[in-house]
Ligand binder design. Structure first.
Ligand code: 5GP
Ligand code: ZN
Length: 110
């Protein structure tokens, strides 16, 4: 399948990996929107949260918390974002959790 995050997950496209286990991979976003901007993706292709397995979703959130801690933003605070579909601003159709931190983040989003 011609999916950029599948290619990152199988090593075909390089990434700045920060965490990996049997179910998922976390790597730095190529266009960081904050000092810490990490993407957590399942290794198995899944288009969005609408199609995701409950156990995978739970695991992605647990890993998001882990990478936040390991990258030094847990104490000050951070944000996990799952953009979904056109109105949600999803540009890559492979489920991913953004972990954003390292500065004060505005709310609500635009
Ligand atoms: P979305 O807009 O779908 O919520 O988020 C997709 C994210 O993937 C964007 O923040 C974008 O910068 C990031 N991205 C797109 N292509 C690549 C890539 O090849 N490598 C990395 N590391 N990030 C990417
Ligand atoms: Zn994929």
């Amino acid at each position: 399948m011609d999916c950029i995050f599948c290619k990152i997950a199988n090593g075909e496209i390089p990434s700045a990996k920060v965490y990996e286990d049997e179910l998922c991979l976390a790597f730095k976003d190529i266009e960081p929107a904050a000092p810490v901007h990490i993407l957590v993706v399942p290794k198995a292709h899944c288009a969005s949260v609408l199609e995701a397995d409950e156990a995978v979703l739970g695991h992605l959130m647990a890993v998001a918390a882990k990478v936040a801690r390991e990258n030094g933003v847990a104490e000050a605070g951070f944000r996990c974002v799952v953009n979904t579909g056109a109105d949600g601003g999803q540009s890559v159709p492979h489920l991913h959790v953004h972990v954003l931190g390292g500065r004060s983040l505005a709310w609500p989003p635009g």
